[in-house]
Design a protein around this ligand. Structure first.
Ligand code: ATP
Ligand code: MG
Length: 422
């Protein structure tokens, strides 16, 4: 069944129960724009208790705010109880989001939202100052919608964001994180981060990045300052969260690690390692998950591990450090980093590393001690005295096997050890 038919069915059941029902918010906006909505929000005059009587499966998602989720045919719809349509619409953030639609497709537009969609403008419902004070998350939502929809910010709304950007500090980090991630995953992450910088939100959300703005690199590989380079790298990455977060923060430590040599050339020794630490603190503060933090910080640490020549064992060690699941993200980041630097772009080294890594991974060659055909336990069973020597012996075997994976059989390794001990 077509998704819009599904929504209609839910609305029809509310109407048949004698209640009002409208589709509302971003879903209506997206339908008017000809985009597929990602979720459908319904408002109704029925109370949550009334909604529960009508539908078999109702999940209390935010009953305090009168919202329940109705599950029908494995699809979920948020149904919110309202007092009046106009009152509900007046509480919404932007005119384009404060539209309602009834079951026949009639649009209810109290604040000129349809016209703003046509003009592609984001405008607060009511006075920007007041609406941003009520809920400062709207500051960053405005930027998120601008990049997501490709809309402009209305002059008054933009001025309101600039004036009130300091209020973002009052908003729960999780809410800010979610909007920031949407900006990063949009079609214009560089443009989004630039807007955040221009309106003053960026230095409140990630003050460490503010130090990158206008920071000249004085290095022949770079033709942009650190911030402009960061935006260019962001725009060259695929839209996946780990890579985009790593792109955003990969050079965050450049200002604090900057030095000039006697020829007047700029260097940023260890900026990857200092950057890894700074990124961990930033991502923690933004309440990203531990898995995300681990992956992103290792991408940042290794973004400089790019070699024209790398031994097979060296590459395997790199794969092991970054993790099999993240190694492709590392190459994406490195290639984006090159494309965001000065021409000519030479992605040869990264391309070759990626190719060899692909073949290492597809042939399932051993990468770490866990992949060895024998373990420390086996050595003890063979009569090796327990102690640190065992670990050293295992490491020696791994060295051999990293270069020559064909040696990795139990028999072979035991023979090698016997020979060595003679
Ligand atoms: P999308 O789902 O495409 O990201 P959306 O417009 O549906 O965009 P949601 O965050 O899902 O955005 O919110 C649904 C609707 O709820 C919005 O369209 C808006 O009407 C209202 N809304 C959400 N957050 C706020 C807020 N902070 N202040 C006022 N209204 C809000
Ligand atoms: Mg939505």
């Amino acid at each position: 069944m077509d998704i819009t038919e599904q929504v209609k069915k839910v609305m029809q059941r509310l109407l048949s129960g004698g209640y009002e029902a409208y589709l509302v918010g971003g879903g209506v906006r997206d339908m008017i724009m000809g985009r597929a909505p990602h979720d459908y929000d319904i408002i109704t005059s029925a109370s949550p208790a009334g909604v529960k009587k009508i539908f078999d499966r109702v999940i209390p998602v935010g009953e305090k705010h009168g919202t329940v989720a109705v599950v029908e045919n494995k699809m979920s719809f948020e149904v919110t109880s309202i007092k009046s349509l106009e009152q509900d619409l007046s509480r919404r953030d932007f005119t384009m989001n404060s539209l309602a639609m009834d079951i026949n497709g009639k649009v209810y537009d109290c604040f000129g939202g349809e016209d703003d969609i046509k003009k592609k403008v984001i405008r607060t419902v009511g006075k920007p100052e007041q609406r941003f004070r009520e809920d400062p998350l709207r500051l960053i939502r405005a930027v998120r919608f601008a990049v997501d929809l490709g809309f402009d910010l209305h002059a008054g709304t933009w001025a309101g964001i600039i004036e009130n950007s300091h209020l973002i500090a009052k908003t729960a980090a999780e809410r800010v994180r979610d909007e920031l991630c949407k900006i990063l995953l949009s079609g214009g992450p560089g443009c989004g981060v630039r807007l955040l910088q221009e309106c003053g939100l960026l230095r409140r959300i990630i003050p460490e990045l503010a130090g990158c703005v206008g920071f000249e690199q004085r290095n022949r590989h770079h033709d942009r300052d650190v911030f402009e380079h960061t935006l260019a790298v962001l725009d060259n990455t695929p839209a996946t969260l780990n890579v985009r977060l790593a792109a955003l923060l990969h050079d965050v430590a450049k200002p604090v690690t900057f030095s000039l040599d006697e020829k007047g050339e700029g260097h940023f020794y260890n900026h990857n390692i200092v950057g890894e630490q700074m990124a961990r603190a930033i991502l923690n503060k933004l309440r990203l998950s531990n898995d995300t933090i681990a992956a992103v910080t290792s991408l940042i640490r290794e973004h400089t591990s790019r070699y024209a020549r790398i031994s097979t064992s060296g590459l395997k060690r790199l794969i092991k450090r970054v993790g099999v699941d993240n190694i492709n993200d590392l190459f994406e980041l490195q290639i984006a980093d090159i494309r965001g630097s000065a021409r000519p772009f030479d992605t040869g080294a990264a391309d070759r590393m990626r190719e060899e890594a692909d073949s290492i991974l597809s042939s399932k060659e051993p990468l770490g001690v866990k992949d060895l055909a024998i373990s420390g336990r086996d050595l003890i069973d063979m009569g090796f005295p327990p102690g640190p020597e065992i670990g050293k012996t295992i490491k020696d075997l791994l060295e051999l096997v990293l270069e020559k994976p064909e040696l990795n059989t139990r028999e072979n390794l035991i023979n090698l050890l016997r020979k060595r001990n003679k």
